[in-house]
Write a protein that binds this ligand. Structure first.
Ligand code: GAL
Length: 634
């Protein structure tokens, strides 16, 4: 089985004469999978119930003749203008009460009955039409689920979700602490989504709404999935997750429902930072997939986020792709095949740039296609050797930290998790992500970066892990609140106090950086920490404990009560026995039957590998050239 290679293909943006050239160039580039129809609803159903499948028939036939398979989309991310005009109640309402208008994409309310019905109709029509088409390989439902709506349909669905969760209003009032500011609810009908209000909203309500939105979108996904499974048993159904700073869904929960975990990855940094972010994204995807193969559904041939869009530097397209494939991706896909001439994303780079095929980018795209052809796709067994270190990842904790009224606006959950991953990556320590309630004993160490919210169940799980001999490294603002964002009393961090052997009396957010002897610069946060069995590893300038270590049961629990820069955090990890021997910028990923090595530096580097490179067929003799990459079978 070959690795998948290709990208979003939007032929409806081009005259039909271009399509044959597309297929010819795709073949030249080694493309074998394209995602078709993600935003094609208005072209497939120009008015209610009238379908115009002719153009898509011709596209799919052309692709099939060219030996290219299709990840066929259900286009529900972009309802047609006629739909929005006919069903204005299905347009998104923001928290400020503004009803959005069509003219962009993702402008719908996932709870609106008309939208749900129309979604199923177009899904059925596509499923029935293409169920036997030879090009069909994967179903791609929607695109990057992530549009919350605050309208009355959403309110009704939110109430139903809350009834299911809490059973009665007493339980809800208690969980939301509605006694504060006189918010007590005496009828379900009084409850709304967190709409614009005079001052701070209720944090528990805000968090439950994020949970609800994720579940509501999942219900939309599973409706389409079930219909597609019925029509085409055996064809995997997926949807592409959006990564980076925008976690719109509970990925652990969603990953149990998709047949194939698929992610979109657009690093915001450049150079080495982009390589670090790519590894982070791929390890997340690999972890959500539970170690099974998954798919990098979108990336770009350039940098699209940040203040300046520009192409990736020579070699980066391949290196980033290889980072994903090394971590178990079934291939490397892009958005999009041909850069658009007009439209909102006309400056988003393509595999085939505006310049055309005679371009550096297209030559690199072809070279990557050739390289991927030589690497066999992973089998369905978990391809990647399990990492020894797990970093806890929980969207609910992130959402809670994005909530209102916290003691500092500078606590950045994503940055904390990224730092933990980056520091390990730089030292060549393989990491994966785990949910706080996952089975942890297999890991040598578990890192807990700023996990504000921890349920009782997760707290028991972490305690059992340390008692059973594990090493846990928690950083500030972890274990503070329960699943309803209520503070755990009696000294912070209530959920972890006992295993950490400390008790925190006060938080002291920092306006200016301070220096900790040996551990360097500390920013954002500090605490008044009392020892309750733990030893001091580092002290604040005033003498109070800043970093501590506690032997608990058979294991050890470390606590970092401030935000350290990367070298300081690396030093804590080293003290906890987690120093790696990797060369910075040289990435080595072990799969069961092969090893991937990628050199992100501009110098030749030693790599602990000898054998024959699957990509070039050349011998690998313990060295890797500047920017080079190899795959060596074991
Ligand atoms: C993704 C999205 C694509 C395209 C791309 C480039 O997030 O799924 O449709 O918009 O970003 O910006």
């Amino acid at each position: 089985m070959r690795l998948w290679y290709g990208g979003d293909y939007n032929p409806e943006q081009w005259p039909e004469e271009v399509w044959a050239e597309d297929v010819a160039l795709m073949r030249r580039a080694g493309v074998n999978l394209v995602t078709v129809g993600v935003f094609s609803w208005s072209r497939l159903e120009p008015s209610e119930g009238r379908y115009t499948f002719g153009w898509l028939d011709r596209v799919l036939d052309l692709l099939a003749d060219g030996g290219i398979r299709v990840d066929l989309a259900v286009p529900t991310a972009s309802p047609p203008p006629w739909f929005s005009l006919a069903h204005p109640d299905a347009l998104t309402v923001t928290r400020d009460g503004v009803r959005l208008t069509h003219g962009s994409r993702d402008t719908y309310c996932v709870s609106a009955p008309a939208y749900r019905e129309a979604s199923l109709r177009i899904t059925r029509a596509l499923g029935e039409r293409y169920r036997d088409h030879p090009a069909l390989a994967i179903w791609h439902v929607h695109n990057e689920y992530g549009t919350p709506c605050h309208c009355d349909h959403a309110a009704a669905a939110f109430r139903a979700w809350l009834r299911e969760r809490y059973g009665d209003l007493d339980a809800l009032n208690e969980a939301w602490t509605t006694a504060f500011w006189g918010q007590h609810y005496s009828d379900w009908a009084q409850i709304t989504p967190p709409r614009a209000t005079q001052y701070l909203p209720n944090p528990a309500q805000a968090l439950d709404f994020r949970r609800f939105v994720s579940d509501e979108m999942l219900a939309h996904f599973t409706e389409q999935r079930d219909l597609l499974r019925e029509l085409t048993p055996g064809v995997p159904v997926t949807t592409n997750y959006v990564l980076a700073g925008w976690a719109s869904v509970d990925h652990w929960k969603w990953s149990r429902e998709v047949d194939l975990v698929a992610v979109d990855d657009y690093p915001t940094g450049r150079g080495m930072a982009a390589a670090e972010q790519t590894a982070f994204a791929a390890d997340l995807a690999r972890s959500w997939a539970g170690g099974r193969p998954w798919l990098l559904m979108e990336q770009a041939t350039g940098y699209v986020l940040g203040p300046r869009a520009s192409p990736k530097e020579p070699g980066e397209i391949a290196r980033h792709s290889l980072q994903h494939v090394a971590r178990g991706s079934k291939g490397a896909m892009f958005f999009q095949w041909r850069a658009s001439r007009g439209g909102a994303e006309q400056w988003h780079p393509g595999m085939l740039p505006h310049t055309g095929p005679d371009s550096r980018v297209f030559r690199e795209v072809c070279a990557l296609g050739e390289a991927l052809e030589r690497i066999p796709a992973p089998s369905d067994e978990p391809p990647v050797v399990e990492a020894e270190v797990a970093i806890l990842w929980d969207e609910e904790a992130w959402w809670a930290v994005q909530g209102p009224g916290l003691p500092s606006t500078e606590i950045d959950y994503l940055a904390a998790v990224e730092q933990a991953h980056r520091v390990l990556w730089r030292q060549g320590v393989a990491a994966c992500f785990a949910h706080p309630s996952h089975d942890l004993p297999a890991y040598r160490a578990v890192l807990v970066p700023s996990l504000y919210l921890i349920s009782d169940e997760a707290a028991r799980n972490l305690a059992a892990y340390v008692e059973g001999g594990g090493t846990l490294v928690a950083s500030f603002f972890s274990g503070i609140a329960d699943e309803h964002t209520r503070i755990r009393l009696g000294g912070y961090p209530g959920a972890l106090r006992e295993i950490l052997g400390i008790s925190v009396e006060e938080f002291r957010p920092l306006a200016d950086p301070i220096e900790l002897p040996e551990f360097g610069r500390a920013t954002v946060w500090s605490e008044v920490v009392h020892l309750d069995g733990a030893e001091v590893v580092a002290r604040y300038p005033g003498g109070g404990p800043a970093v501590t270590c506690h032997r608990h049961g058979g294991g050890t629990a470390w606590y970092v009560s401030t935000r350290l820069d990367d070298p300081g955090y690396a030093r804590v990890l080293a003290r906890a026995g987690l120093a790696g021997s990797g060369i910075p910028g040289v990435e080595v990923v072990r799969q069961r039957d092969r090893v991937f090595a990628v050199n992100h530096t501009e110098d030749e580097q030693p790599v602990p590998l000898h054998g024959t490179d699957l990509i070039t067929g050349r011998p690998v003799g313990g060295k890797l050239g500047p920017g080079g990459y190899v795959v060596v079978p074991l």
